[in-house]
Design a protein around this ligand. Structure first.
Ligand SMILES: *Cc1c(COP(=O)(O)O)cnc(C)c1O
Length: 376
């Protein structure tokens, strides 16, 4: 039995009639970017997340760049960011002319090691960018406390964190602003690229709305207040997202159920560790499993075995950001971030999406067991 790392075909088939109804409306209205469906999505997500402002853009990489610019980050500034993340967490900082200052992670949950943040602060530091990954959230109480003490902004890379809440506040709204990605494989996926900035800050929202359309105000085109971008969301994507949002809680519950299946089937394999949610018990109970990440010593051997059996895997993240060739001028060395470098060697994501069946989970776990039995 082959098991794809990601597939959304079945859910899409179910949701497709609702989506095509919505697409018909869009064709009739004839506005295909930043149009009525995009505005409806923004208002709907403001209710869903509790954000004062949601600003839809082309993708979450653009959302990070626009959020940083809208918050006033630019040339000469430093932003503290974990080195274990998707590339865009750091590239967005470089794109606005600032310098990413990398921080190691807490090895038990892959989140920024809050104990190391203060030693990275210099007179140039303007912001901390915590990243929420997989099913984990950064220690936002500590991050906010440090930011307040040193008068820094907190700009969250919450691209993976739709529906993740910390003490009742949605990811991205715990600091000054955050982003959401609707890349097709994310918890709430479009059928192409789409992203969002969310904030309770009026001035960040105002500037973000300008920056997404060439720095002009809505209603007064051809007057450019800032040198902005062309990063609008397509109404087709907004339509898909509005329909899929209605299924989101059900899909998140399904993910949690499948994660619990993995937990129980893998619990007696000593060579691997399964995700540990280190949060308040009510938050842990509502954890959103975007990625089911396990760790093991012989990760590459396990991946090769699973792939040979037709089981898809994804290594998050094989190359820590401080060692990327494009950041070599920042002079980080191998060994500087031991926890991230170790995770990069050991961690791997297993298939996890609402369409996955219990039989498929059991097939994946059976093959993992088989691999380790062969090994001894
Ligand atoms: C997916 C992701 C992004 C980028 O999102 P896109 O919409 O693909 O640009 C940024 N940061 C993290 C942590 C992500 O997982």
């Amino acid at each position: 039995m082959s098991v794809a790392f990601f597939s959304g075909a079945e859910s899409f088939k179910q949701q497709w009639p609702l989506i095509t109804d919505k697409l018909d409306q869009i064709l009739d209205e004839g506005k295909f970017t930043n149009g009525p469906a995009v505005q409806e999505l923004e208002r709907t997500l403001e209710v869903f997340t509790g954000a004062k402002h949601c600003v839809a853009v082309g993708n979450a990489t653009d959302a990070l760049i626009i959020m940083l610019r809208a918050a006033g980050i630019g040339a000469g500034d430093e932003v503290i960011v974990p080195c274990y993340s998707f590339f865009a967490s750091a590239s967005s900082i470089a794109h606005v002319g600032a310098t990413p200052v990398f921080c190691d992670i807490n090895p038990s949950n892959y989140m920024i090691d809050v104990e190391q943040i203060e030693q990275k602060i210099t007179p140039r530091t303007k912001a901390i960018m915590p990243v929420h990954l997989f099913t984990h959230m950064a220690d936002m109480n500590r991050v906010n406390q440090i930011a307040r003490k040193h008068n820094l902004l907190v700009l969250e890379d919450s691209a993976e964190a739709i529906s993740m809440f910390h003490e009742g506040r949605h990811a991205g709204l715990i600091g000054n602003a955050g982003v959401i990605s609707f890349f097709p494989t994310k918890t709430l996926g479009a059928i192409g690229d789409a992203g969002l900035i969310l904030t309770n800050d009026d001035s960040i929202a105002h500037e973000a709305k300008r920056l997404r359309i060439h720095g002009q105000d809505e209603g007064t085109p051809y007057i450019h207040h800032s040198v902005g971008y062309n990063s609008r969301m397509d109404d087709i994507q907004a339509a898909v997202l509005l329909v899929r949002l209605q299924f989101l809680q059900r899909e998140i519950a399904r993910r949690a159920y499948l994660a619990a299946c993995y937990n129980s089937m893998l619990s007696d394999i000593p060579q691997i560790s399964t995700p540990v949610i280190e949060r308040r018990s009510d938050e842990a109970a509502n954890a959103v499993y975007y990625v089911y990440l396990i760790e093991t010593e012989d990760r590459d051997g396990l991946v090769a075995h699973l792939n040979s059996q037709g089981i898809g895997t994804e290594v998050y993240y094989p190359h820590p950001l401080h060692l990327q060739p494009c950041f070599s001028h920042l002079n980080y060395q191998k060994g500087d971030m031991p926890a991230a470098e170790r995770a990069a060697q050991r961690a791997v994501g297993l298939p996890l999406y609402p369409d996955l069946t219990e039989e498929q989970v059991s097939e994946v776990c059976g093959q993992i067991r088989h691999f380790f039995e062969k090994e001894v």
